[in-house]
Design a protein. Sequence first.
Length: 113
Amino acid sequence: MLENFGQVFTNFYENNILNYLELLYKYPIKLVILIIDISLVIFLITKLLKIVKDTRAWQLLKGIALLIIVTALSSIFELQILNYILTSFMTYGVLILIVVFQPELRRALEQLR
């Protein structure tokens, strides 16, 4: 199983990462766009964390992070049934979260104004 993981990682590195680095070398403007993109994502994540800190949503975010990690691990270790259940839950989980946490979402949007 570890040999398979090593082969997958090597293929990913060669096909995706090296090609992307070559693209950045050919077109330096893409590097600037990448830096702006990463900066914007970091800014939005920090704003989101400040808004949800000390609320019920904070506990929810920790639970979602745990679900994502367990889903990724179940995929890596080829636990097909567990992976199917978790991915199915996460598909509909977003809609459930919007309904359950509608008051918190409204309050957070009002703070952004």
